[in-house]
Write a protein of this length. Structure first.
Length: 266
C-alpha cells in the first residue's frame, strides 16, 4: 500500500482509498477477495461535478455558456474529481472524509466532500457539492469497476447483473441519451436506466458473493462491454444532465448524493 493511501477495515473487510488519485477506492476486499478491477484508472472513482458525457463539453448556466476540456472527444466525461488530489479531512478505522476545491477547468468555485463508512457487510458512500458563490448546475455519482470474475474457482462463473428498471434512455450514435425513453433492452450495455423508486441492482458471483448497489437516486448507468469488469454507476442525473436535467447547487442548497454497497457471502 502506498504511503498516501488510507485503509479502513471492519472484520475481514478492507477498503483502501487513494486521495492523491482522484480519491478513488483502489481496493475493496471481502474475506481476502478483491471485488474491484485493479489499476490506476479503475477501482471506484467519484464522478463530480458531472457524470458521464457532457455533449461537446459545453453547458449553460442561465445565459452563460461554458466550455470544458474534451477528455473523451467529442465530449467531456466523468467530471474533474477523478483527476484531482483530495485532502484527507478525517480518517479512523471504519470512516473517512475527504475534500477538494472546485477549480479550473470547472468555471465555478466550490467545495466537494466525499465520505466513506465501512461495516462488515456494507460500504456507504456520500458526496456533497457546495458553492462558494454563484449557483451552478452539477451532478455527482460513482463509477465502480467490479471484477467480472472473482477467480479462485473457474467453475463459479462470471457475475450476473439483476435489476428491473422502469425505462432505458435511448442512446444515440454519439453515446448520449436522445431524450426518448424506451423499454429496457438486453445487454451488453453502456446505457442509462430509470428507477424512480431508487437504484436497486444486484450483482451475483455464483457460489461466492451477492452485492447490492442501492441509492435513493432514480438514475443508474450500467456498463458491461469489457471482458474484465462490469460497472453499475448510481448518479444524480443522466448523462449530459448538465444540459438536459440541470440540478442547481445554490448558496442555501448543496447537492448531496449517497449510495450503499452491501454484500452477503454465498
Amino acid at each position: 500500500m502506498r504511503e498516501e493511501e488510507i485503509r479502513l477495515a471492519a472484520g475481514d473487510v478492507e477498503l483502501t482509498v487513494a486521495p492523491a488519485n482522484g480519491c478513488r477506492i483502489s481496493s475493496l476486499r471481502v474475506g481476502g477477495t478483491e471485488l474491484l478491477r485493479q489499476g490506476e484508472r479503475y477501482g471506484c472513482f467519484p464522478m463530480v461535478p458531472w457524470c458521464g458525457r457532457t455533449a461537446h463539453g459545453t453547458f449553460l448556466n442561465g445565459a452563460v455558456r461554458h466550455q470544458l476540456p474534451l477528455n473523451a472527444p467529442p465530449h467531456a466525461i466523468h467530471g474533474t474529481g477523478r483527476d484531482t488530489a483530495w485532502r484527507t479531512a478525517r480518517a479512523d478505522k471504519t470512516e473517512a472524509v475527504f475534500t477538494y476545491d472546485l477549480a479550473d477547468p470547472w468555471p465555478y468555485p466550490g467545495l466537494v466532500t466525499q465520505m466513506f463508512e465501512l461495516t462488515e457487510s456494507s460500504l456507504t458512500l456520500r458526496l456533497g457539492v457546495e458553492t462558494y458563490g454563484d449557483s451552478f448546475p452539477a451532478q455527482a455519482g460513482w463509477h465502480p469497476w467490479f471484477n467480472r470474475n472473482l477467480g479462485g474457482d473457474p467453475a463459479a462463473g462470471d457475475v450476473r447483473i439483476d435489476f428491473t428498471p422502469d425505462w432505458q434512455e435511448e442512446r444515440g450514435d454519439d453515446h448520449l441519451p436522445t431524450g426518448r425513453r424506451i423499454d429496457p433492452r438486453p445487454g451488453p450495455w453502456d446505457d442509462c436506466f430509470g428507477m424512480p423508486d431508487g437504484v436497486d441492482v444486484t450483482l451475483t458471483w455464483p457460489g461466492r458473493l451477492e452485492l447490492k448497489v442501492a441509492s435513493k437516486t432514480p438514475w443508474v448507468v450500467v456498463y458491461d462491454e469489457q471482458d474484465a469488469a462490469v460497472c453499475v454507476e448510481p448518479q444524480s442525473g443522466p448523462p449530459n444532465g448538465l444540459n438536459t436535467d440541470p440540478r442547481l447547487v445554490t448558496p442555501i442548497e448543496p447537492l448531496e448524493m449517497a449510495a450503499t454497497f452491501s454484500w452477503r457471502r454465498l
